[in-house]
Design a protein. Structure first.
Length: 90
């Protein structure tokens, strides 16, 4: 009998659910971002973000363009206004 151990395949990218986004980083995304990134900013998993977007229940406005979902960065900033404070400019 051989000793075969199952090992987890290391992730290429560590999960970013614990990452804290700054206002400057969010603004640097441009006019829109993908639903996964928007979900990470809001503390949602990839699956939850897509599920909420499909159901029309995503916490901020979502634009469906063909098979893609795009989230306006302005909507993210508006939704996070109370928790992020000002941009630290001054």
């Amino acid at each position: 009998m051989t000793d075969r151990r199952r090992t987890r395949t290391p992730r290429l990218h560590p999960p970013q659910s614990q990452r804290a986004w700054t206002v400057q980083e969010i603004r640097a995304l441009g006019a829109t971002t993908d639903v996964v990134t928007a979900g990470q900013i809001l503390g949602l998993s990839r699956n939850s973000a897509y599920t909420l977007a499909r159901q029309g229940r995503f916490p901020v406005p979502v634009i469906k363009a063909g098979a893609q979902y795009r989230v306006p960065v302005a909507g993210l900033l508006t939704a996070l206004h109370d928790t992020t404070g000002d941009d630290g400019g001054g």
